[in-house]
Design a protein around this ligand. Structure first.
Ligand code: FAD
Length: 501
């Protein structure tokens, strides 16, 4: 008996039904040829060693939501446990797969995987359709328009896309016919796993502030787009890094996982801005989305974008290893309450404001600790709900003045910066509760409080809260000199490489 062939849509960073052309292609193919449709997600059991618990929870919630939505259109999500390059070839054979659709992703690990899978598909007559749907613009076309090189400035990027028409998004509304259902449709073997199966006790995790999933992402988008005045007046530098409730949208976890389409966000923003006076890029909300596009374009066209060595846009800086300082920074125990509050919020909630990211990234690298941005990026990869390969690397390079931004002498003060928007340190009191009884005048610099004040506040520095691991006033000046020297060497090296006239 000949087996009925299957069509697969492989979900990765596109955990949604809206604006998912690759999924629609798979559905149409299955319907037209009366084949079995199997939308899959592959989860590597090793993921728990690479991804923090909060992000894993967000991912599993998103998968559950995706499965629910797929069932509403008479199909389901098949979750496969294993390494994609090992389990997919076997499954393709078992399911007699003839057609595979997926989204174009640029994360270096996914690209490597794709090469192996595509090679297998080619050798086995499996037709592959890949769709560019994670960004507003097709980054390959942007690079092509720039004569094959990546635009190195945001303004240049904006000029390249200024006349590009952004297509409308597509919706999937029709149900899949019964003929396209596999006989394993009801099998629990492919159900979305629980966190417990991955060794995580959900009750031990902190409160879930940002639940994962397309439904949550769309809801959040609607809430923000309904605030027309807020959107039109949005200026990122004026938003607060240390407000207790977020001062920006927190759409990032949804966009990064593909629960929310960047293109849908773009069209909604255009509608809200239309006919009204509104702020402009780089500070507007549209400007934020364009930063994402900018980094995607840069990341897609640069080899080793997430590394210092072998990365053509990254200045080589002789960072030093210091495991004790890195640990203190990651755990929020540097002795600088503002830095520690940010890192603890990150660890607990999985999201921090952009300017808070500026503060801690500058502190780790060129500001205070002189540790490589690659180390910081790894910690962010672990903790951030919105972790994104290109945005994380691109922004870390920016903050460490390794690429895109070069005013290395502008250093964030761990004392003055937070005071601008929260002089009483309410944010610090929330995330560093050992200091919550400190008088406002000492909340950013508790080491300056007299011993008696420290005792009355119930926390002696060096006992209940750490001493500062470095003296900012001293080290940041030394680091500016080191940056200066590194820039000089890089400039000389570049000059030597240039051909003589
Ligand atoms: P909003 O201000 O509401 O902006 C809306 C959307 O625009 C965001 O959801 C995001 O998709 C995009 N966006 C905003 N700011 C930026 C930016 N600077 N660069 C690129 N896109 C932007 N963002 C991630 O999504 N993933 C990351 O891994 C990540 N790592 C970062 C690391 C460092 C060191 C720094 C400084 C920034 C990083 N960012 C990252 C960028 C930025 O901080 C977040 O996108 C933003 O804070 C998310 O919050 P929001 O959704 O409320 O943003």
């Amino acid at each position: 008996m000949t087996k009925v062939a299957s069509v697969i849509h492989w979900f990765r960073l596109d955990l949604r039904l809206h604006d998912n052309l690759a999924l629609r292609n798979a559905i149409n193919e299955a319907e037209n040829r009366k084949q079995i449709l199997r939308p899959i997600y592959v989860i590597d059991p090793d993921i728990k060693n690479r991804v923090g618990c909060n992000r894993l929870r967000f991912l599993f919630q998103s998968l559950k939501n995706l499965d629910t939505s797929l069932r509403k259109i008479n199909t389901r999500l098949y979750v496969i446990k294993g390494k994609a390059v090992e389990c997919l070839p076997k499954l393709f054979d078992e399911w007699h797969v003839k057609f595979l659709t997926l989204q174009v992703d640029i994360d270096a690990d996914l690209v490597k995987q794709d090469e192996v899978i595509e090679e297998f598909c080619e050798a086995n007559n499996i037709f592959v359709v890949k769709r560019m749907q994670h960004t507003v613009y097709d980054f390959n076309s942007v690079v092509k328009k720039n004569n094959g090189s990546i635009p190195l400035t945001y303004q240049k990027f904006l000029s390249l896309v200024s006349d590009v028409q952004v297509k409308d998004i597509i919706q999937i509304s029709k149900s899949v016919s019964d003929e396209c259902k596999g006989n394993d449709y009801d099998s629990q073997d492919y159900d979305v796993p629980s966190l417990e199966e991955f060794g995580i006790n959900e009750s031990e995790l902190s409160e879930c502030k940002y639940p994962g999933g397309e439904s949550e992402g769309l809801k959040r988008l609607d809430v923000y787009m309904a605030k027309k005045q807020w959107v039109c007046k949005f200026e990122k530098p004026k938003s607060s890094p240390n407000s207790i409730e977020p001062s920006t949208t927190v759409l990032s976890p949804y966009i990064s996982h593909g629960c929310l389409s960047a293109k849908l966000f773009y069209h909604k923003l255009k509608q809200v801005e239309s006919g009204s006076k509104h702020t402009l890029p780089p500070v507007s909300l549209m400007g934020q989305l364009m930063w994402r596009e900018f980094y995607y374009t840069a990341g897609s066209g640069t080899k080793n974008f997430d590394k210092m060595e072998g990365n053509s846009v990254c200045t080589q800086i002789p960072w030093k290893k210091n495991d004790a300082h890195l640990k203190a920074w990651a755990e929020g125990k540097t002795g600088y309450p503002f830095v520690d509050a940010i890192m603890r919020q990150l660890k607990q909630e999985g999201w921090i404001h952009h300017l808070a990211r500026h503060m801690v990234a500058c502190f780790l690298t060129r500001g205070d600790l002189w540790i490589s941005w690659e180390e910081g990026a790894k910690v962010f990869e672990d903790y951030l709900l919105d972790y994104d390969w290109s945005l994380n690397a691109g922004n870390w390079m920016w903050l460490s003045a390794s690429a895109f931004f070069y005013k290395y002498y502008r250093v964030y003060s761990p004392i003055a910066f937070g005071k601008k928007t929260d002089k009483d340190g309410l944010y610090i009191r929330k995330y560093v509760p050992e200091l919550k009884k400190y008088p406002s005048e000492f909340i950013y610099e508790p080491w300056k409080a007299p011993k008696g004040v420290q005792k009355t506040a119930g926390c002696v520095i060096g006992e209940g809260y750490p001493n500062r691991i470095v003296d900012h006033d001293k080290v940041h000046k030394e680091n500016i000199q080191k940056m200066n020297a590194a820039y000089k060497i890089n400039k000389e090296k570049k000059a030597m490489k240039r051909p003589r006239q």
